[in-house]
Design a binder for this molecule. Structure first.
Ligand code: MN
Length: 490
């Protein structure tokens, strides 16, 4: 945790106070409470000074008379860039909310926007801090707004926090929001978890002391603590398992943090010598990290008194990273981290840091018209997605397996409707060619082209299908192909 003490920051607070003077939040408090809360969150996450300053100023350009130029003059390019990014992000989102046709794809489009606009990942981090404070103070808003914001938080921001491996933030955002989306269910499950924990308390103490004794005997340094399951993740798991609570094996979980990877595996062995491990429940996320870079050993055991307990075993670095994710990487400083990794001081390197760095560098190079080897990009964070580029370097995300027409309709239905061909990485290709990670896709169009029924077989996204069907079924539209005659039903 860092506390930023600087005259620049003090100055930013003064400027924000002046700018928001007279404005009130829905809670009736002076507006400045909000940017100051965002500042505090960013400091807790260990963000750098520019980010904290941008956090203080994040609502000034949108909501007050202050301009981006004012900010640039007073605080420099970097702060101005960050404030601009946050402002653009909220404008873009407001615009998209109104586009009904985008509704089925809102989530993806928003993520895409966030990635494309958030050229600097710190923009997203400020946005997450902003959202966190807004859901913490959601009670002041009217119920319909509460639900809307809460829903968006569950659908967009909590998954984003997860993708950035910010575990603590994910849990807080999800639980705060779920409470508003489904209050009755929230209380029900919260009570259930509390009851369960209370009943488990005694035997957990016994397990803790047994394990502590065994680890001490092996001279392993450790800390052990209980992990409380989040209400929302229990809700999702129950839905997956037909509401059968007996199939939820991680209601009770203990977390053991040790010094290094060797100790992780030793500890796993010790646990298995004390209790019976459950078949198929041993997960080695150290050797095979999750896509967001999460690392840990997981095992579920059955204790002597027939209790099912999950253990999570990890090093301190892994723990820090699992809780704070991308923000932790900033805290550690990318350079130092890489250096120490090369020296063998850290066994674990946050993979998504590289993912984001690479993505940003690639987009920048493409915009400058430079050549880049896109095949080398490792976009592991979104394994179910591919990222492709327009010739100008805009990033478009599509589900894996997407075809050129999906891409074209994603850009605009006017482009989709008039496709005559496609160039992939500068070479003529065809509409059946699956797009691959990092492809540069150029759509060739002609005014005379009209949408074809056969295109339905060359589309995998529902967004494109929806657009195409709409056009094919619109008889008033002169550019549409005549509908095929169907046999009348008897
Ligand atoms: Mn705000």
């Amino acid at each position: 945790m860092t506390t930023t003490n600087s005259s620049r920051l003090d100055h930013a607070i003064e400027v924000a106070k002046q700018a928001h003077k007279g404005q009130l939040r829905k809670t009736g408090e002076p507006y400045i409470i909000h940017p100051l809360a965002v500042k505090k969150i960013l400091e807790e996450w260990g963000m750098d000074e520019d980010t904290v300053i941008a956090g203080v100023l994040h609502d000034t350009v949108e909501d007050t008379g202050l301009t981006l130029d004012d900010i640039r003059k007073e605080f420099g390019d970097s702060v101005a860039f960050l404030v601009d990014g946050v402002t653009k992000l909220s404008t873009a989102r407001n615009g998209m909310r109104d586009i009904d046709t985008y509704l089925p794809a809102t989530k993806d489009n928003f993520l895409r926007l966030m990635i494309a606009l958030g050229d600097d990942i710190r923009v997203l981090i400020i946005k997450l801090a902003d959202r966190l404070h807004n859901v913490r103070t959601l009670s002041a808003l009217p119920p319909d707004k509460q639900k809307k914001i809460a829903k968006e938080t569950l659908e967009v921001f909590a998954p984003l926090a997860d993708r950035l491996n910010m575990g603590q933030l994910r849990v807080e955002l999800a639980d705060l929001a779920f409470k508003y989306v489904d209050p009755r269910r929230f209380e029900e499950l919260k009570t259930l978890i509390e009851k369960y924990n209370k009943s488990a308390e005694k035997s957990l103490h016994k397990i803790e002391s047994d394990i502590s004794a065994a680890l001490k005997k092996e001279k392993i340094k450790f800390t052990i603590s209980g992990r409380v399951k989040s209400v929302y993740s229990l809700h999702k798991k129950l839905a997956k398992h037909n509401q059968n609570i007996n199939e939820i094996y991680d209601l009770t979980a203990l977390r053991i943090i040790v010094d290094d990877i060797t100790d992780c595996y030793l500890t796993l062995g010790i646990i298995h010598s004390l209790y019976t491990p459950m078949n198929g429940r041993i997960k080695d996320y150290i050797a095979m990290p999750k896509q967001n870079g999460y690392q840990s050993l997981h095992t579920t055991v059955i204790t002597k008194d027939k209790r099912v307990v999950e253990f999570q075993i990890r090093t301190r670095e892994m723990h820090e990273y699992a809780e704070r994710g991308l923000a932790a990487s900033f805290y550690y400083n990318e350079q130092k981290l890489t250096e120490n990794y090369k020296k063998g001081k850290i066994e674990h390197l946050p993979t998504n840091l590289f993912w984001i760095t690479e993505l940003q560098m690639t987009a920048a190079k493409l915009r400058e018209g430079k050549k880049v080897d896109l095949k080398k990009l490792k976009l592991n964070l979104f394994a179910d997605k591919i990222f492709v580029y327009t010739p100008k370097g805009d990033i478009i995300d599509l589900p894996a397996g997407a075809l050129p027409l999906d891409f074209a309709y994603r850009l605009h239905s006017e482009i989709g409707d008039h496709v005559v061909g496609v160039k992939i990485n500068g070479k003529m290709s065809n509409l059946n060619k699956k797009l691959e990670q990092g492809d540069i896709v150029e759509i060739l169009t002609s005014k005379n082209q009209t949408p074809k029924t056969s295109w339905l077989d060359r589309i995998i996204t529902s967004h494109a299908r929806h657009k195409l069907l709409h056009r094919l079924n619109a008889p008033a539209n002169p550019t549409a192909e005549p509908k095929k005659k169907r046999k009348p039903r008897k």
